[in-house]
Ligand binder design. Structure first.
Ligand code: ADE
Length: 215
């Protein structure tokens, strides 16, 4: 899976991609990440990527031309018919694990367009048209699409074959639905002892599974 990120702040991604699962996934070539900075695609003298809104109002709007030119470059490096463009927006389709799974099945390339300022000129979506979808990672407003893209990249990468060493880690439903414990067996805090449920030490996997289904 190749992620193409259109952003005026590529540095925001650096530390997250440089460690842990993302670092391994990139090193093993299970995923790759490419950046396109709209500022590098500007045709105006001052490399301006934003302007004031028609009709008035606060803030600045990202202009069409640098984003579309960056998108064309990303599209040119993607596999035809197997790429998807996602415009990060708090008002878009809600992102879920199911969405991540589907994305891995359907696409080899995902192009993320990260907005800053008050938003992106609506004509960007109109020009890209059917190949684009607005996606939100949750019902809250972020300062820009970068964090949202990073969240999606993390979640989608987990679904790519070979990224998680231990296949069992993919059993998200199990992991999120029961209590987990590790050593030590007893934790003492303010005079009280917190121990691990006996069943988890029993070695009886049938009983353990039953217990896990209820905790
Ligand atoms: N941009 C700003 N807020 C966002 C959100 N919640 N999801 C996706 N993109 C965003």
């Amino acid at each position: 899976m190749t992620f193409h990120i259109i952003t005026i702040f590529p540095n925001l991604f650096e530390s997250y991609l440089a460690d842990s699962m993302m670092k391994r996934a990139i090193a093993s070539k299970n995923i790759s990440v490419k950046f396109y900075n709209p500022r590098d695609f500007t045709t105006n003298k001052h490399n301006k990527v934003d302007d004031i809104p028609y009709g008035g109002g606060p803030g600045m709007i990202m202009t069409v031309q640098p984003i579309i030119d960056a998108w064309k470059k990303a599209r040119g490096r993607s596999q035809k018919k197997k790429f998807k463009t996602i415009i990060l927006s708090p008002g878009g389709t809600e992102f879920t694990t199911a969405y991540a799974k589907q994305s891995v099945k359907k696409y080899t390339d995902i192009i993320f367009i990260c907005g800053r300022y008050e938003g992106i000129d609506a004509r960007v979506k109109k020009i890209i048209d059917k190949q684009a979808e607005e996606v939100s990672i949750g019902n809250y407003v972020l300062t820009g699409g970068e964090l949202a893209a990073m969240v999606m990249i993390d979640s989608i990468s987990r679904q790519v074959d070979g990224v998680l060493g231990n296949k069992q880690s993919l059993e998200e439903e199990r992991i999120s639905s029961h209590e987990m414990y590790t050593r030590p067996l007893v934790v003492e805090h303010q005079g009280k002892k917190y121990t691990v449920p006996d069943v988890l030490q029993s070695g009886n996997h049938k009983l353990i599974d039953e217990w896990r289904n209820h905790h």
